[in-house]
Design a protein around this ligand. Sequence first.
Ligand SMILES: *Cc1c(COP(=O)(O)O)cnc(C)c1O
Length: 235
Amino acid sequence: MPDPADNTLIDRYRNLVARIKTAETQYGRASGNVSLVAVSKTYPAEDIRAVAGMGQRHFGENQIQDAMAKIPLLTDLDCIWHFIGSIQSNKCRDIAHHFDWVHSVDRLKVAQRLSSLRSEDRQPLNVTLQINLQNEVSKAGITPESVVELAQEISQLPNITLRGLMAIPAPETNFAEQRSVFRQLRNIMENINQCLGLELDCLSMGMTNDLEAAIAEGATHVRIGTAIFGPRRKK
Ligand SMILES: *Cc1c(COP(=O)(O)O)cnc(C)c1O
């Protein structure tokens, strides 16, 4: 657990990287198997630059306006940008141009737009499908029952590579419960692979409060904000 006295950005980043390493070891994951997506939403470009200076390359943003104010200031850094927020149709162009990954796709229309707006001389956009595991009305994501069909359609699009699944479970403090929800996501991905003959291999799951459980259940991308950048100010 981080020492509360270690409250600088750099200390928090170091502690978090150590936390991920410890979990990889504890749950038998190959070292470096879990990619850290540093969720920099609401934090300024200087903070991203400081964390990039520690060797961090993957950054996550959930609002296109916020992201577009920062990404142009950081083009010298070779960052890999992940879009993790809700996607309005009129934002697809910026997302397709400025991001490398989109974690939050849950509709065919959006995927089609992203594919058609992604320029063909770039690498295809990496996409994970957001699943609403617990049927929360307030939350984005497709139901587990509908995901095979959506995956089938999206896997055909030319300028997108379907990589796996993403979920944001309801807050839960019990470790066994956290694990059981993440295990569901892994099972859904395995089922898609079986039904469709795909080889999806990315599970975007785990945040500040549940990253160990996610790593135990096979997370390949943990999306961490607070543990690195500190508490966000409420809007
Ligand atoms: C904000 C956010 C995170 C990071 O959450 P923390 O609890 O601050 O680590 C991860 N994923 C998504 C989709 C987010 O919006």
